[in-house]
Design a protein around this ligand. Structure first.
Ligand code: NBG
Length: 828
C-alpha cells in the first residue's frame, strides 16, 4: 500500500500533473481556452487534494480516540485568501510557484485571482482565523463554528473621497476550498409558542411549537496546520428552507407564499452585519446568532452519539469558547437541549453547561455590549427566554445570599436590564454560564475586573484571566514578507515559524552591517511594491524613500484617525509658514472601513481624503508630504501593507482598545510603533523596550482622572497656538472648497465634547512625532530599532496565545496525526 498517489504526492511532477488534470476533469478546460480563474481553480483543487488526505486522517484519528475537542464559536471568521496560506503550511509554496512558472503562468496572478472570504469585520474575526491556524499547527483537535455568509464585509470604494459600499459577492466564481455536507443538516426553530405537557412516563415537559423551521447545512473547510498532518475543520452554516415545511402552503395553492418563505429562510445567512451599527431592532441578527449556535450544538450532540458518549459527558468531549457575546445564547440553547431533549435535571444540565463554556470579552466600549429587547427576544426565541429567566432566578438567588440582599447590586448584575425598556444582557449571560472569562490584553483584562465586569469579578474572582492576543506568523510573516522570512531563516534556521520566541536570536545581528543593509533593502523592496499599488489604486505618486507612516484599521472615533489628520495638518501648516522647515519626507497611508451607518466615521474618511487632495497638490509641500487612502482595507491588502510600513500608528485613547492585533503584525515586520499605553501596545513596548517604541499621550488612570475632574477641550484649544492653527484651518473650509459646514460635526465635536480626548493628547503626539522624524533621519539607528522590534515580537504569535488557552481554560492536549493510506482510511 502506498502512502502517496497522484493526488497526494508533493513532488513537482505530481503537482504539475494534478494541476493539468483538474483543469481538464473538474473545470472542463484545456490550456488554450482556460481563463486565469480556471487556472486558479485548478491549482486550488490540486492543493485541496493534498489536504484531503490529511483531513481524512485527522478525522479518523479524532473519531477513534474520542479526543477532547475545542469548539471555537464565532459569528466571524475573517479568513482571507486560502491558496497561499495552504501552500505555506504544506511546505510547497516555492515548488508550486516553479511548476506554475514552467507552465508559462504567472503565479502571483493566480494568487490575486482568489476572492477573499471576508466573513468578519476586523480584529475579532481575524483573531478567530489566526486561532484556528494555531490550533491546527499545535495539533489540537478543534472545530471552528460560524456562519457561511453569502455576502461578507462590504467592498469599499471611494467616490469623491467618500466611502461607497458595494456588496461582496465572494462566492461568484465558486469556492474550491469548501465541501458541503447535506447529510449533517439540522433543523432550527423560531418563534411560535411553548406549552407544558405530561409525557408517557409522567414527566412534566415543555414543547416548543415553532412558527418556522430553518435548515442549517454545514459547509466544511479544511484548516491545515503548518508542517503537521493535522487538518481541522471550519464548519460554517448556511440557512435553507425545509422542503416539507412548504408542502402545506403549496397544496393550498399559495405558490408564491411558499416561495417567499423559502427566500426568507435563506436570508438568514445572507449577509454579515457590519459592527458599530445600532444593534437594536436588528431581529435578523439575533436570528443569525441563534441559528449558528443551535446548529453547532446539535452538531456536537450528533458527534457524541456517533462516538457513543453520553450527554452527561458533553463537557468532557467539548470545550466551547464564546468569541465575544455573539454566540452567548449557546448557554441557554445547551440547557434547552439537555433538559427538553435529553431529559437531564436542571441541576445536572447547569453543571454540564458551566463546565462547557468559556467567554472571551473583546470590548470596553459600553455601547458595544450586546443587549436584546425582551419583547423581541421572547417573540423570536420563546423557549430560550423562559430558560434565561430561570437561569437568572437561580443566579440572583446566589447573589442575594452572597451579598445579603444588596438590591442595587442585584439590579446591576441581573441578566435582565430593567432600568427602562427591558433587555437581555448577553455579557451577563456569558459570565454566568461560563467557567472562565478572559480579556485579550493585560490592561483590558484588568479593566474588565475593575470596571466593565467588576460585580462579576467580586462574585467569582477565580473565573477571570488574561489571554493576550496574538497573530499567526505563517500568514503575517512567511506568506506576506517572503524575503524577510528567508533572511531570518538564513541566519537562525526555520524553527522560528513554529516557535516565534526564537526570533530573539536575531538580536546580535543588529551589529552586523551587512545584515542591516539587507534588512533595509527588503523594507525598501516592500515599500516600492506598495508604492506601485498606491499609484495604481489612487493615482497618487508616492516616494518609496519617504517614511511610510501607516494607520490601517476600522474607522472609529476611539481609534482617533482624526488625531493623525491633526498631525498632518500641523505639518502642512508648519511648512506653509516656514518653507525651509526641515523634516523627513513622509507618506501618510490610511486604510479602513467605516460602518455604513456610522456617519462621523464616514466623515473622518472624507476629512482624510480632503486633506490629501490639498496636500498632494500643493507644490510647496509636494515632495515632503503625501497622503493616500488605500480603499478596501482587507486581509489581502493588509498582506501588502504591513511589510511595507516604517511607522505603525496605534493611537487610540488609553483604556479604549481592548488589544489591537494590527499593532503586532507591524512590529513583527519591523515597523516601529508610535502609540499610547493602550491594549497590547503596552505589552509590545515591554517586549521591544522603551527605547524602540514611541510613546505618547495620557495613560488610562490619567484619562479617568481628567474625565472625573471635568474635561474641557476648549482649554487646550485656547492654550495652544499650534492646535488653534490646525483646528481653525480645517474649520475655515480650507480643505472643503471653502465650505465651513462640511467638517463641522467633527470639529465642533472635538472643541465642545471630545469624548476621546484628542485635544488633550495633541501636543504630546506632535512632540513624539518630532522624535520619530529625528530617528528616521539616521537610517542605521532606525534599522537597529526595526530589527529589535522583529527580534522581540515572539510573544505575539497566536501559538503562544493558544497554548495559554489550552492549558488554563480548555485543558486539551495535542493529538498527533499519522497519515493514512486510502485503504487504511477505508478500514477505520
Ligand atoms: C476587537 C477589539 C480589538 C481586539 C479584537 C480582537 C471587537 C468587538 N473587538 O482591540 O476592538 O484586538 O477585538 O480581540 O471587534
Amino acid at each position: 500500500m502506498k502512502l502517496e498517489d497522484d493526488r497526494t504526492a508533493l513532488s513537482k511532477d505530481a503537482l504539475k500533473n494534478s494541476f493539468l488534470d483538474d483543469l481538464f476533469y473538474i473545470l472542463g478546460k484545456f490550456p488554450a481556452l482556460a481563463t486565469r480563474n480556471d487556472y486558479y481553480m485548478a491549482l486550488a483543487y490540486a492543493v485541496r487534494d493534498r489536504m484531503l488526505q490529511r483531513w481524512i486522517s485527522t478525522a479518523a484519528v479524532y473519531t477513534r480516540s474520542a479526543s477532547r475537542t475545542v469548539a471555537y464559536m464565532s459569528a466571524e471568521f475573517l479568513m482571507g485568501p486560502q491558496l497561499g496560506n495552504n501552500l505555506v503550511n504544506l511546505g510547497i509554496l516555492d515548488r508550486v510557484k516553479q511548476c506554475v512558472g514552467e507552465l508559462g503562468i504567472n503565479f502571483d496572478d493566480l494568487l490575486q485571482q482568489e476572492e477573499e472570504p471576508g466573513l468578519g469585520n476586523g480584529g475579532l474575526g481575524r483573531l478567530a482565523a489566526c486561532f484556528i491556524d494555531s490550533l491546527a499547527t499545535l495539533e489540537i483537535p478543534a472545530v471552528g463554528y460560524g456562519i457561511r455568509y453569502e455576502f461578507g464585509i462590504f467592498h469599499q470604494e471611494l467616490i469623491d473621497g467618500w466611502q461607497v459600499e458595494k456588496t461582496d459577492k465572494w462566492l461568484r466564481f465558486g469556492n474550491p476550498w469548501e465541501l458541503v455536507r447535506p447529510e449533517w443538516a439540522v433543523e432550527v426553530k423560531f418563534g411560535g409558542s411553548t406549552d407544558a405537557y405530561v409525557d408517557e412516563h409522567n414527566r412534566l415537559r415543555i414543547r416548543w411549537v415553532p412558527h418556522k423551521i430553518v435548515i442549517g447545512v454545514p459547509y466544511d473547510t479544511p484548516i491545515l496546520g503548518y508542517q503537521t498532518n493535522t487538518a481541522n475543520t471550519l464548519r460554517l452554516w448556511r440557512s435553507e428552507a425545509p422542503e416539507s415545511f412548504d408542502f402545506a402552503i403549496f397544496n393550498s395553492g399559495d405558490y408564491y407564499g411558499a416561495v417567499n418563505q423559502k427566500v426568507e429562510s435563506e436570508n438568514l445567512s445572507k449577509v454579515l452585519y457590519p459592527n458599530d451599527e445600532q444593534a437594536r431592532g436588528k431581529e435578523l441578527r439575533l436570528e443569525q446568532q441563534y441559528f449558528f449556535v443551535s446548529c453547532s450544538l446539535q452538531d456536537m450532540m450528533r458527534i457524541l452519539r456517533t462516538q457513543k458518549i453520553p450527554v452527561e459527558k458533553f463537557h468532557e468531549k467539548f470545550a466551547v469558547q464564546l468569541n465575544d457575546t455573539h454566540p452567548a445564547v449557546a448557554i441557554a440553547e445547551l440547557m434547552r437541549l439537555l433538559i427538553d431533549d435529553a431529559l437531564l435535571s436542571w441541576g445536572d444540565a447547569w453543571a454540564v453547561t458551566c463546565k462547557t463554556f468559556a467567554y472571551t470579552n473583546h470590548t470596553l466600549m459600553p455601547e458595544a455590549l450586546e443587549r436584546w429587547p425582551i419583547a423581541m427576544f421572547s417573540r423570536v426565541l420563546p423557549r430560550l427566554m423562559q430558560i434565561i429567566y430561570e437561569i437568572n432566578a437561580h443566579f440572583l438567588e446566589e447573589v442575594r445570599i452572597r451579598f445579603l440582599n444588596d438590591e442595587e447590586r442585584i439590579a446591576r448584575m441581573s441578566l435582565i436590564d430593567e432600568s427602562g425598556e427591558r433587555y437581555v444582557r448577553m455579557a451577563h449571560l456569558a459570565c454566568v454560564g461560563s467557567h472562565a472569562i478572559n480579556g485579550v490584553a493585560s490592561l483590558h483584562s484588568e479593566l474588565l475586573k475593575s470596571d466593565v465586569l467588576k460585580d462579576f469579578y467580586e462574585l467569582w474572582p477565580r473565573k477571570f484571566s488574561n489571554k493576550t492576543n496574538g497573530v499567526t506568523p505563517r500568514r503575517w510573516m512567511v506568506l506576506c514578507n517572503p524575503q524577510l522570512a528567508e533572511l531570518i531563516t538564513k541566519h537562525i534556521g526555520d524553527g522560528w515559524v513554529k516557535d516565534l520566541s526564537q526570533l530573539k536570536a536575531l538580536e546580535p545581528l543588529v551589529d552586523n552591517a551587512e545584515f542591516r543593509a539587507r534588512w533595509r533593502e527588503i523594507k525598501q523592496f516592500n515599500k516600492q511594491r506598495l508604492a506601485a499599488r498606491a499609484l495604481q489604486r489612487t493615482g497618487v505618486n508616492v516616494d518609496p524613500n519617504s517614511l511610510f507612516d501607516v494607520l490601517v484599521k476600522r474607522i472609529h472615533e476611539y481609534k482617533r484617525q482624526h488625531l493623525k489628520v491633526l498631525h498632518i495638518v500641523s505639518l502642512y501648516h508648519g511648512i506653509k509658514s516656514d518653507p525651509q522647515l526641515s523634516i523627513q519626507p513622509r507618506t501618510f497611508i490610511f486604510g479602513g472601513k467605516a460602518a455604513p451607518g456610522y456617519h462621523l466615521a464616514k466623515l473622518m474618511i472624507k476629512l482624510i481624503t480632503a486633506v490629501g487632495d490639498v496636500v498632494n497638490r500643493d507644490p510647496d509641500v509636494r515632495d515632503r508630504l503625501k497622503v493616500v487612502f488605500l480603499p478596501n482595507f482587507n486581509v489581502k491588502n493588509g498582506q501588502r501593507i504591513y511589510p511595507a510600513a516604517d511607522l505603525s500608528e496605534q493611537i487610540s485613547t488609553a483604556g479604549k482598545e481592548a488589544s489591537g492585533t494590527g499593532n503586532m503584525k507591524f512590529s513583527m515586520n519591523g515597523a516601529l510603533t508610535i502609540g499610547t499605553l493602550d491594549g497590547a501596545n503596552i505589552e509590545i513596548r515591554d517586549e521591544v523596550g522603551a527605547d524602540n517604541f514611541f510613546l505618547f499621550g495620557l495613560s488610562t488612570p490619567e484619562v479617568y482622572a481628567l474625565k472625573a475632574q471635568g474635561y474641557r477641550p476648549m482649554d487646550y484649544y485656547n492654550g495652544n497656538q499650534k492646535l488653534r492653527d490646525v483646528i481653525d484651518l480645517i474649520r475655515s473650509g480650507f480643505f472643503s472648497r471653502g465650505d465651513p459646514e462640511l467638517f463641522r460635526p467633527l470639529i465642533d465635536g472635538l472643541m465642545h465634547h471630545d469624548p476621546y480626548m484628542l485635544l488633550a493628547d495633541f501636543q504630546s503626539y506632535i512632540d513624539c512625532q518630532a522624535l520619530v522624524d529625528n530617528a528616521y533621519a539616521d537610517p542605521e539607528r532606525w534599522t537597529r530599532m526595526s530589527i529589535l522590534n522583529t527580534a522581540r515580537s515572539g510573544k505575539f504569535s497566536s501559538d503562544r496565545t493558544i497554548r495559554e488557552y489550552c492549558s488554563d481554560i480548555w485543558h486539551v492536549e495535542p493529538v498527533p496525526i499519522h497519515l493514512l493510506t486510502h485503504a487504511e482510511a477505508g478500514n477505520s
